[in-house]
Design a protein around this ligand. Structure first.
Ligand code: COA
Length: 278
C-alpha cells in the first residue's frame, strides 16, 4: 500500500476536445484511519488543487476515499469511508494560536475555489471534515452505504471547514441546525431526498456512476464549463438581482468565444462539437 496520503490519477478521456482531456481522480489514502484528513492530507490536497488548476488537460476532478484495507486476522474489517473527518489526534492539547493559521489556509476552501468542476464520490463515512470536503465539491454522488454528519459537537467543537455555511445553503436552516447541534448521521436516502447528494448508487456501481457524470462534463467546452460554474456560484454569493446581471454579462461575453460558434454550428450541422477551449 502506498504511504502517500493522496493519490492522484489522471484518467484520459478518449475523443474529448480539445485533445488531451483528463479526469483527475484524487484518492484520500489513509484507509486504516478511515481516510481522516491530517495536516499532510491538507497539504497534498492544496498541491493537487494548484496542479489541476495549472493543467489545461484536467477537465473534471473527482475526490474519493481509498477502499478499506483487507481485514487483519483477529480484527474486524474496517468500514468504507470517504473521510471520517479531520484527524482528531491532531486536535489534542492545541489552543487557538496553534490551529488558526492552519484553518485560515485549509484545503476545503482551496477545493471550493477551484475554477474546474468537482465531484465527490462518497462511499461509507463522510463525517465532519469529510462531509465538509464533499460540500466543497460541486456535485456529490454517494453509495447506498454513505453516511454524512457533522459530529464535531461531540468533541466540543463546531464544523470549521465551511460546514455550517454550506450545509445551511443546501439543506436550509432547520436541518443544518439539527445536523450541527445533534451530530447525528444522515443516510444516503435522506441525503438524496434533501438534495445533499445528486445521486445514490449501489457501492459496486458508484465508480461507474461518478465517471459517467465526470466524462459527460469533461466532453463540454472547458472554457464554457468554467463560465457555467462561475455563473451558478454567483447565486450563492450575490443577491438575486445582481446574480441575474452577473449571469447576463457572462452569457453575452460567450458570444465572443470560438466555442459558442463551434457549438452552434455543430448543432445546425448535426455533428459533434470539436471544442477549442476558448
Ligand atoms: N480522526 C482520527 N482517527 C480516526 C478518525 C478521525 N476523525 N475517524 C476514525 N479514525 C480511526 C480510529 O481511531 C481507528 O483507528 P485505529 O484502528 O488505529 O484505532 C480507525 O480510524 C477505525 O475507526 P473505528 O472508530 O475503529 O471504526 P468504527 O467502525 O468503530 O467507527 C466511526 C467508525 C466513523 C463511527 C468512528 O471512527 C468515528 O466516530 N470517527 C470520528 C468521526 C468524527 O468525529 N469526525 C469529526 C472530526 S472533527
Amino acid at each position: 500500500m502506498s504511504d502517500e496520503v493522496l493519490l492522484v490519477d489522471n484518467v484520459p478521456i478518449v475523443g474529448a476536445s480539445p485533445d488531451g482531456a483528463m479526469i483527475s481522480v484524487w484518492t484520500l489514502n489513509r484507509p486504516e484511519k478511515l481516510n481522516a484528513l491530517n495536516a499532510d492530507s491538507h497539504t497534498a490536497l492544496k498541491q493537487a488543487c494548484s496542479d489541476a488548476e495549472a493543467n489545461d488537460d484536467v477537465r473534471v476532478i473527482v475526490i474519493r476515499g481509498a477502499s478499506p484495507p483487507p481485514a487483519v486476522e483477529g480484527k474486524r474489517q474496517k468500514p468504507a469511508a470517504f473521510a471520517a473527518g479531520a484527524d482528531i489526534s491532531e486536535f489534542a492539547g492545541k489552543n487557538s494560536d496553534d490551529v488558526r493559521s492552519f484553518f485560515e489556509n485549509n484545503a476545503w476552501e482551496k477545493v471550493w475555489n477551484l475554477s474546474k468542476p468537482t465531484i465527490a464520490m462518497v462511499d461509507g463515512f463522510a463525517l465532519g471534515g469529510g462531509t465538509e470536503l464533499a460540500l466543497s465539491c460541486d456535485i456529490r454522488i454517494a453509495s447506498t452505504r454513505a453516511k454524512f454528519g457533522t459530529p464535531e459537537i461531540n468533541l466540543g467543537l463546531i464544523p470549521g471547514g465551511g460546514g455550517t455555511q454550506r450545509l445551511t445553503n443546501i439543506l436550509g436552516y432547520g436541518k443544518a441546525m439539527e445536523m450541527v447541534m445533534t451530530g447525528d448521521m444522515m443516510g444516503a436516502d435522506e441525503a438524496l431526498r434533501l438534495g445533499l447528494v445528486n445521486e445514490v448508487c449501489e457501492p459496486e456501481e458508484l465508480e461507474g456512476c461518478v465517471m459517467k457524470m465526470a466524462e459527460n462534463i469533461a466532453r463540454k467546452s472547458p472554457y464554457t464549463i468554467k463560465v457555467a460554474k462561475r455563473a451558478v456560484r454567483a447565486a450563492l454569493d450575490l443577491p438575486m438581482s445582481e446574480g441575474i446581471l452577473a449571469e447576463r454579462s457572462e452569457f453575452v461575453a460567450l458570444f465572443d468565444t470560438a466555442d459558442k460558434e463551434i457549438g452552434v454550428q455543430a448543432f445546425l450541422e448535426r455533428k459533434d462539437a470539436d471544442w477549442v477551449g476558448n
